[in-house]
Write a protein that binds this ligand. Structure first.
Ligand SMILES: Cc1ncc(COP(=O)(O)O)c(C=O)c1O
Length: 419
């Protein structure tokens, strides 16, 4: 452990983090190769339908080993298309995590489905397979697995539960491009898997998403929902719907697809750099008593986001005061991360059933969402601190972060309390 004799900045000492952080944390990284690729689409005049789309789909098939890939205008529409393809129908229950971006869950309502929240486990912050099994009822149809922040969930265990009960899996891999689980790429596990390519993601395209699967039927269902222009290219009776599709228009903009392709070429190398930096810092922070969620040897996590777990009971310094003291050091940290979905008004005030168009009847009392549910998820979520992912940081900057934590924790008793 480092010996921290310096006074924390919040108590009048020098700031620990003084190096420039703008370039160290700049994301996305755009070069003239990206600019040229976008320009080529622009100059081609084919701004709406362009062969670059199929090329990007081939890239994703290669990345994940899947048979079918269908790009979307964003990850949210890819999730809706995936749920539709899986046949989620009115009153079907879908088991979901609460600590995730709303897009993993809200599209369920537009299928008339009912999201049922299950607890997270503590090691990878994925769905807890045991709680998933407890939440299964006769109405359960599917599970949405999210690899939160880039940490693969406990896929083997969740798949075993899904197989035992005949449930489908939608894998939301929006945070985890390039991650591997026991030798297989993330994005290859769900009946349907999706990635977002929104501008902060590991493969940023501006806006974009992709749906992956191995089943012709699921693929065609997703085409029917949001890609009318592809229906005539199919051999099945889905061709008959070419004039209307099923009511959505989900295709990706080719200029975004061109950017996604050039960004995808750098995925491995840029993931490696983030991993090197985040793992370096993680190991140092672990020595200060912080849990950095390092992956086991058979898993390659990625760092879409870099979250660490801090146990305020061990130091007596509340997490918010720790974050304030670290910010005073110049560290770009924040706490907590996601507003938990099961505690949001859309669920606790019954609005969800109106979105899902599910009237309550005597035969069908509607699901009740209680903000006090999921105590483990709630407690876990409150112990997370978010750091930058350091896509281009130097070791010197990382050492300054170590110094910031080290100083503040060594003076935990003296750090001012906000209440
Ligand atoms: C876990 C997760 N799922 C889905 C999405 C939706 O993707 P998009 O923003 O491309 O619609 C996001 C983020 O944006 C996300 O973080």
């Amino acid at each position: 452990m480092m010996v921290a004799t310096n006074k924390p900045a919040i108590l009048g000492g020098e700031k620990a983090v003084t190096l420039d952080q703008t370039e160290a944390n700049r994301w996305p990284i755009i070069s003239n190769v990206d600019e040229q690729a976008v320009l080529e689409v622009l100059q081609s005049g084919e701004l709406s339908i362009n062969p670059v789309i199929e090329k990007l789909e081939d890239d994703f098939k290669k990345l994940t080993g899947r048979k079918f890939a269908l790009t979307h205008n964003n990850g949210t529409s890819a999730i809706l298309a995936g749920l539709h393809a899986l046949g989620i129908s009115p009153l079907d229950e879908v088991i979901v995590p609460s600590a995730t971006w709303w897009s993993s869950v809200m599209p369920i309502l537009h299928c008339g489905g009912i999201p049922v929240f299950a607890e997270l486990e503590n090691e990878c912050l994925g769905l807890d397979p045991e709680d998933v099994e407890r939440k299964i009822t006769a109405k359960t149809k599917a599970i949405v697995v999210v690899h939160l922040f880039g940490m693969p969930s406990k896929i083997d265990e969740i798949k075993a539960v899904a197989d035992k009960h005949g449930l489908k899996i939608l894998e939301d891999a929006s945070h985890s491009h390039g991650a591997m689980y026991k030798g297989k790429p993330i994005g290859s596990f769900g009946d349907v898997s999706i990635f977002s390519m929104q501008g902060n993601k590991l493969v940023p395209s501006g806006e974009g998403g992709v749906l992956l699967c191995d089943s012709q039927e699921l693929y065609e269902s997703a085409i029917r929902l949001g890609h009318y222009e592809r229906l005539l290219g199919l051999n099945s009776e889905n061709r008959y719907f070419a004039a209307t599709g099923f009511g959505f228009k989900f295709r990706m903009a080719p200029m975004s697809a061109a950017l996604a392709r050039t960004q995808l070429q750098h995925l491995e190398e840029r993931n490696k750099k983030r991993n090197k930096n985040c793992i370096y810092l993680s190991k140092k922070l672990a020595k200060l008593g912080i849990d950095p969620f390092l992956a086991t040897d058979d898993i390659t996590r990625v760092y879409f986001e870099f979250l660490i777990r801090y146990n305020e009971k061990e130091t007596g310094l509340p997490i918010n005061d720790l974050a304030t003291a670290l910010q005073a050091e110049g560290a770009l940290v924040s706490a907590p991360r996601y507003p938990l979905l099961h505690q949001q008004p859309v669920f606790t005030h019954g609005v969800w059933s109106k979105i899902a168009r599910l009237p309550a009847t005597n035969d069908n009392p509607l699901h009740v969402y209680d903000p006090a549910d999921l105590p483990l998820t709630t407690m876990g979520n409150g112990s997370l601190i978010k750091l930058p992912t350091f896509p281009s940081a130097s070791t010197d900057l990382l050492d300054q972060y170590v110094e910031a934590f080290s100083k503040v924790l060594a003076h935990a008793d003296e750090i001012p309390r906000s209440d």
